[in-house]
Design a protein around this ligand. Structure first.
Ligand code: SF4
Length: 62
């Protein structure tokens, strides 16, 4: 399934993202080409959301 989203960092008004999700898990993240401002481009931080979300060193509680 593909889900449209917006990067929460909101650097330049929020880049549009497409998240590909399988069995409740994000498997791919890329820019949405339908966004006329960003035309599918996202930065490295946006591309690394999978690692950020599922990374082994992610802090899950405090
Ligand atoms: S994808 Fe990158 S440039 Fe775009 S809003 Fe997110 S952090 Fe900022």
């Amino acid at each position: 399934m593909k889900i449209k989203a917006v990067c929460p960092r909101d650097c330049y008004g929020g880049c549009s993202l497409i998240l590909e999700v399988e069995e409740g898990r994000i498997i791919k993240v890329y820019g949405d080409k339908e966004n006329r401002a960003t035309e599918g481009l996202i930065c490295r931080k946006g591309l690394e959301y999978i690692d950020r979300n599922y990374g082994r060193n992610r802090i899950k509680r405090h």
